[in-house]
Write a protein that binds this ligand. Structure first.
Ligand code: ZN
Length: 143
């Protein structure tokens, strides 16, 4: 189940200190009307909130990291959810010992510095809808 796309544009930039990382991404996508794309980034956070999807209870548990961390890697994709551009990102962060934690990017990640690469794609956007089996908003393929 997939669609093919061609690259429309590539954005390199950074977000400001103290912004919420997920909200900054959402705002950037809305402002630039990016409905399909690929996201990657690196940087540092003052604190982080990561998500873990509990597959038995079908809900996200949050992992709070209340100290400064490096963003070793953020990767994600962009599609439509409820008519709006929706970034689905996962993130790996490291602490002062180099120990890493990772998970689904949730609100609550306060930026210290963050550099992003966003590739916008040309083609019909994938649309998320409720998936009965996983209880997640997954991409819907009609064919
Ligand atoms: Zn996820």
């Amino acid at each position: 189940m997939y669609k093919t796309y061609s690259i429309e544009n590539t954005f390199l930039g950074r977000f400001k200190k103290d912004e919420d990382l997920l909200q900054a991404l959402i705002d950037f996508l809305e402002k630039n009307n990016i409905r399909s794309g690929i996201i990657s980034g690196i940087g540092a956070l003052q604190k982080a909130v990561l998500g873990y999807y509990n597959q038995k209870e079908f809900k996200y548990q949050s992992i709070e990291i209340n100290k400064p961390v490096e963003v070793v890697s953020l990767s994600g994709n962009i599609s439509l959810k409820e008519g709006h551009p929706f970034p689905h990102c996962h993130i790996v962060v490291s602490d002062e010992n180099g120990d890493v934690k990772g998970g689904h990017l949730l609100k609550g990640c306060s930026i210290f510095a963050f550099e992003f690469s966003i590739v916008s794609l040309d083609g019909a956007a994938l649309v998320r809808g409720f998936d009965e089996e996983t209880k997640l908003p997954l991409w819907k393929f009609l064919d």
